[in-house]
Design a protein around this ligand. Structure first.
Ligand code: OGA
Ligand code: MN
Length: 213
């Protein structure tokens, strides 16, 4: 790519994508408020909160090659985005722009993106875990996007992040406030979701490397 083209690309990248990319490069994670345009955030909230509860599934946790639902470990329910609704399309398009910026600036080789709506009914939680283990997963970068207007600290449901496998002290506690986006390297940060006292809505997603053939 020549200098002129490089300058053009960088000028066309909205500052928010550059900001997230720089935070990932420096710290491995980013917490961003007012992340998506307000109209998309609102449409996603509207859409997600009107999907019938019966469409959400308990999350399987693989044990000894079997898929079973372990409610002591996590008790959220989820539904994969299929991109049929316009709000989903807008969300996925925004994430595509983020993917391209990160690949352009950090050469991470992000190839694909999967995301699901996650609903935590009151008292639901997700115990401490890591989203990907080196060499065992092609998940590279996690996104968590919150859809909870007027969430109070007293409502619980915080995302608690730890610096590495050994640490038991949290370095970040994130309140799942509307239009807040967390992005982090999937292998680097163990994390957990504390029990929420009211319905907690989010979209969890993973940018993935190309799977080995
Ligand atoms: C996950 C997860 C965090 C959150 O879905 O893997 O850790 O804050 N979610 O919802
Ligand atoms: Mn996780």
């Amino acid at each position: 790519m020549n200098i002129y083209l490089m300058l053009c690309c960088n000028m066309l990248t909205p500052p928010i994508f550059t900001h997230i990319t720089q935070a990932i490069a420096q710290h491995g994670y980013c917490v961003m408020d007012n992340a998506l345009p307000a109209n998309i955030a609102h449409a996603l909230h509207q859409h997600m909160t009107t999907i019938p509860t019966k469409d959400f599934r308990g999350m399987g946790v693989g044990r000894a090659g079997q898929l079973h639902i372990d409610q002591n470990y996590r008790s959220d329910t989820s539904l994969w985005l299929d991109g049929k609704h316009t709000a989903e399309q807008d969300y996925l398009q925004w994430m595509e722009q983020l993917r391209l910026t990160i690949n352009q600036d950090l050469f991470l080789g992000l190839f694909d993106y999967d995301a699901h709506f996650a609903h935590y009914a009151p008292q639901s939680f997700y115990k401490r875990h890591t989203d990907a283990f080196q060499g065992l997963s092609n998940r590279k970068l996690t996104t968590v996007y919150y859809l909870n207007p007027d969430w109070l600290t007293s409502d619980g449901g915080e995302l608690v992040m730890y610096a590495d496998e050994k640490s038991s002290n949290a370095f970040q506690t994130v309140i799942p406030q509307m239009n807040r986006l967390v992005v982090f390297l999937s292998e680097s940060f163990p994390h957990e979701v504390l029990p929420a006292h009211k319905d907690r809505y989010s979209i969890a997603g993973w940018f993935k490397l190309k799977a080995n053939p």
